[in-house]
Design a protein around this ligand. Sequence first.
Ligand code: RFL
Ligand code: PHB
Length: 392
Amino acid sequence: MQTSVAIIGAGPAGLLLGHILAQAGVPFVILERSSREHVLGRIRAGVLEQGSVDIVASLGLDANLRERGLEHGGIHLQYEGERRHVDFRELVGRTVTVYGQQALVTDMLAEHERLGSDIVFDASDVSPRGTDGADPVVGYTRDGIRHELHSDFVVGADGYHGICRPSLPSRSLTTYERSYPFAWLGILADVAPSTDDLIYALHPDGFAMHSMRSRRVSRLYLQVEPDASIDDWSDERIWDGLQTRLGVDGWTLEQGPITEKSITPMRSFVTSTLSSGRLFLVGDAGHIVPPTGAKGLNSAIADVALLGRALLEQRAGDDAPLASYSDQALARQWQVQHFSQWMTEMLHVHHEVPDAAARAFRYRSQVGQLEYVTGSQHAMASLAEQYAGLPF
Ligand code: RFL
Ligand code: PHB
């Protein structure tokens, strides 16, 4: 089998790149390890930057997003029982849109199926080779039969646990990473959101946040220990924690049936290069952020927009954009890394610090920082600019 671009992974990054190529008439094949049902069932992210919405719209994939996406002109930051609004529209003239990653993936996959795109689900032992030469090959097994896909380029859109990053020659690779001494317990609940804009709250018990998926479904998160087990978190304990950490006078958090709960560890991670020869990494395959800044999905979309354009320019005879893809994407990514780490550190409690005085000092200075951020127009504008999204 022969194609122009072999894409590994049918997450948001892989599916979006497929649409950029499809629109330009460039042949591609997407190889996905999981089943179609599994891909459609993953919940994950919720916030799209304006630039991400624009790209989805430019590909004509925004019919449902326009209808069901919830546009937000700001966020609430909460600490010490105070809830303060940061108004993105007023500060930087931009907004974000809450639209579940799951819905975006569903929309993109439906359109691929309408177009008859070549997507192979349940592809096992996917293995790229020869990507440093002129004829890369991706081997994979489907229904017990081994296949070989020859292509001009291979794109690793296979997430943090994928095969493509480990396939980069180790001589060209340094990794930068840090883990955090906390995790997020996330729930979906069948109850109308109790808030207009998302609430990010620092509380002595830990971080909490109130997001949403629709006018009838709420998405909420609690900071938990990194080794917490979901079995230790009954629905009652989760709602108690949310009520305590999100509570302010005169406001009620409405509760409803919890339909999904899961725990996600938090990590910051960047590879030193996103390309080698004819292999390119996009999205979580090359970098991950803690979810506090809502940047993972948006970074994947930014990479794909850049790489998609570079691949099209390469076909038109200009190799330069492809050659500079990694440097350009990483320059933007490091700014996003800093923002995500900064939001995370400002809003989470370091329960693991053994010295109570040091712990208290850290907490008080986080409160001081939140006072500054919500009190200074300059600081608020900086947060708004980064949250609503740096230029692609
Ligand atoms: P994905 O989504 O992990 O998709 C990778 C795909 O590759 C497949 N795969 C393979 N296929 C073939 N062969 C192999 N060897 C393979 N190995 C893996 C996988 O099955 C999968 O289908 O990566 P992608 O496309 O780069 O997308 C990244 C985003 O999914 C991720 O960054 C976000 O979900 C992160 N994130 C958030 N990002 C935001 O921008 N805004 C948010 O509000 C936000 N909230 C979140 C989040 C992530 C969370 N979790 C659960 C990690 C909230 C949470 C709780
Ligand atoms: C979500 O709605 O899932 C969400 C929103 C904002 C974040 C992270 C996750 O920072």
